[in-house]
Design a protein around this ligand. Structure first.
Ligand SMILES: N[C@@H](CCC(=O)N[C@@H](CS)C(=O)NCC(=O)O)C(=O)O
Length: 316
């Protein structure tokens, strides 16, 4: 084992020739109108971190679909422990207790869903969608949780909006796929790279895709749809990465060929999203920034959290 693995935690557990390889999510059940996990108000609960871009997707979707009265949530402390685990700390600004299961760590929640989870299965990630009725985890993959929330909206809970209308589904999925490896996961591949070539490969692909997205957004408000487009899951999946970019990834993950603020269309896209009702409240800039610089001690030994930048999405 590489000596730095002990500090790297579950984040960096898999490497292939110096390249970071993300683990796949373990809980993949679905909420369906007539399935084991039915659509019901007050039955499901989200565990999130305000720092985490994947969890952020689920909070944004909950807000945009008007599901605040139907799906509850708790927030972990922004400090991810050295082994990659999360704790509940209601003393911390913006964080909460585990109001459903009373656990002090997210690992405790995973253990309830899968006995012996902490003996070898791994460390629990956020987001988690919890089912109060069966006392288990339905799903811990953000993209699938986001899609399931549309089912709520279609079943009459929430505001009836769809963020994945059937006629746009293919286009939405293609856009999400195109952004995933290069951008959403690309920032992590850049930051966790252990060879110069792995880093350069990741950062080059990342900025090639950002350049393409900048061009794509010329004259458009949203990534998918006719004319200026309409807001969909594709926007929700991209936004959390862009929102953290200038604040964290430019410095911490060495994604520094350009900043988002240097791309007029991408910057306008980020601000457009923040200006939507309720979205600003899902953006806890302190949790975002402090989390990364403090938690990844293998790449920031002394846990120094930079003061800047002065300008960016976080000043909106
Ligand atoms: N594929 C998952 C990824 C979730 C994920 O990696 N979450 C991070 C926080 S940003 C986490 O909880 N990491 C803890 C760990 O890996 O130990 C999703 O999209 O939901």
């Amino acid at each position: 084992m590489d000596p730095s693995d002990e500090q790297a935690g579950a984040w960096t557990e898999a490497f292939d020739a110096g390249k970071f390889v993300r683990k796949s999510s373990e809980f993949r059940d679905h909420i369906e109108t007539d399935g084991t996990f039915g659509v019901e108000s007050g039955r499901y609960h989200l565990y999130v971190s305000y720092a985490c871009p994947w969890a952020h997707r689920t909070l944004i979707t909950r807000t945009l679909l008007g599901l605040e009265d139907h799906i509850t949530f708790d927030v972990v402390d922004w400090r991810m422990n050295r082994d990659g685990s999360w704790s509940f700390n209601p003393e911390e600004e913006g964080a909460t207790a585990d109001t459903v299961n009373g656990e002090t760590s997210l690992e405790g929640v995973y253990n309830r869903a899968f006995a012996g989870w902490n003996e070898g299965r791994g460390i629990g990630t956020v987001p988690v969608l919890w089912d109060r009725q069966h006392s288990t985890i339905v799903n811990n993959e953000s993209r699938e949780i986001v899609r399931m929330f549309d089912t709520f909206s279609q079943a009459g809970l929430g505001n009836g909006v769809s963020l994945c209308p059937p006629e746009l589904r293919q286009e939405i999925d293609a856009m999400i796929d195109s952004n995933y490896e290069s951008v959403n996961n690309g920032v992590y591949k850049s930051g966790f790279a252990r060879t110069q070539s792995a880093y350069e490969e990741a950062v080059t692909a990342l900025f090639a895709r950002l350049d393409a997205l900048e061009a794509h957004l010329e004259g458009r408000d949203w990534l998918v749809g006719e004319g200026a487009g309409q807001i969909t899951e594709a926007d929700i999946c991209l936004f959390p990465t862009l929102a953290r970019f200038d604040l964290v990834y430019v410095v911490h993950f060495k994604c520094n060929l350009r900043r988002i603020i240097d791309y007029p269309n991408l910057q306008a896209f980020v601000e457009r999203m923040i200006d939507l009702p309720g979205i600003k409240e899902t953006c806890n800039w302190h949790h975002m920034k402090a989390h990364y610089f403090w938690s990844h001690q293998n790449i920031n030994t002394f846990r120094i959290i930079p003061l800047g930048p002065l300008e960016g999405a976080h000043t909106k």
